[in-house]
Write a protein that binds this ligand. Structure first.
Ligand SMILES: [Zn+2]
Length: 77
């Protein structure tokens, strides 16, 4: 068996992708690349409930996303 692809990862070295707060997302409006403007907390990472602001480099539109909470079921109350 031979691997069809060696290191098929589009992650750049030194840039650790974060599930909660990806550095780049696809613009919902034009499909361009929206960059994360929000900086992580003093801990160096983001947490559920944090507000993420993205700016599209194509249409310069702004997107505010809230990091969803964990897999914990939320009870409306
Ligand atoms: Zn856009």
């Amino acid at each position: 068996m031979s691997d069809s692809g060696v290191g098929a990862s589009n992650a750049e070295p030194g840039d650790v992708p974060d599930e909660l707060a990806p550095a780049r997302i696809d613009c919902i409006d034009c499909g361009g690349v929206a960059h994360l403007l929000t900086r992580p907390d003093d801990t160096g990472r983001f947490w559920p409930g944090d507000l993420l602001t993205y700016r599209c480099e194509d249409c310069l539109d702004r997107w505010d996303l809230i990091i969803p909470d964990g897999d914990d079921q939320t009870h409306a109350g």
